[in-house]
Design a protein around this ligand. Structure first.
Ligand code: HEC
Length: 118
């Protein structure tokens, strides 16, 4: 490798830290809902046979495998709930707000995917 190539790759490694932040492993950057779910949600909402699989264990959140059939759980409601759960239900204690962790496009993609789970 030329020394120029070496410095260019150092620069790349450094800038990805600035963009994604070094404290947390970088999450998916696209809008693939399954990848987003696995990265952001499965550790609390995983179920056997569901994204995340049984070996992620410890399902603290409610089962979301038929969430689209629940009354009132529309794409819009889910989008707002995932962005900031307390805006919809002031009594929520554990479910984190994701408006600082995902882009609006990512949250929308996830909400559409969940709403289709009937
Ligand atoms: C730290 C654990 C945790 C994570 C991470 C988490 N949730 Fe939750 N979620 C909960 C808990 C617990 C509740 C029940 C409400 C409460 O008391 O917080 C909940 C409630 C919900 C509900 C309402 C379900 C219902 O039947 O009322 C939805 C929808 C939901 N979460 C979606 C998601 C999505 C989508 C993600 C990923 C972007 C996610 N959650 C990430 C713990 C989590």
């Amino acid at each position: 490798m030329s020394s120029r190539g070496f410095f260019a790759s150092l620069l790349l490694a450094g800038s990805s830290c600035i963009v994604a932040g070094c404290s947390e492993p970088p999450g998916p950057t696209g809008t693939n809902p399954e990848e987003l779910y696995l990265h952001h949600c499965a550790k609390c909402h995983a179920r056997a046979g569901e994204p995340g699989g049984p070996n992620l264990g410890g399902s603290k959140g409610p089962d979301l495998s038929h969430i689209g059939s629940a009354t009132g759980m529309t794409v819009d409601w889910l989008t707002e709930y995932i962005s900031n759960p307390q805006s919809k239900r002031p009594d929520v204690r554990v479910m984190p707000a994701f408006n600082t962790k995902m882009t609006p496009e990512q949250i929308k993609a996830l909400a559409e995917w969940l709403a289709a789970k009937k």
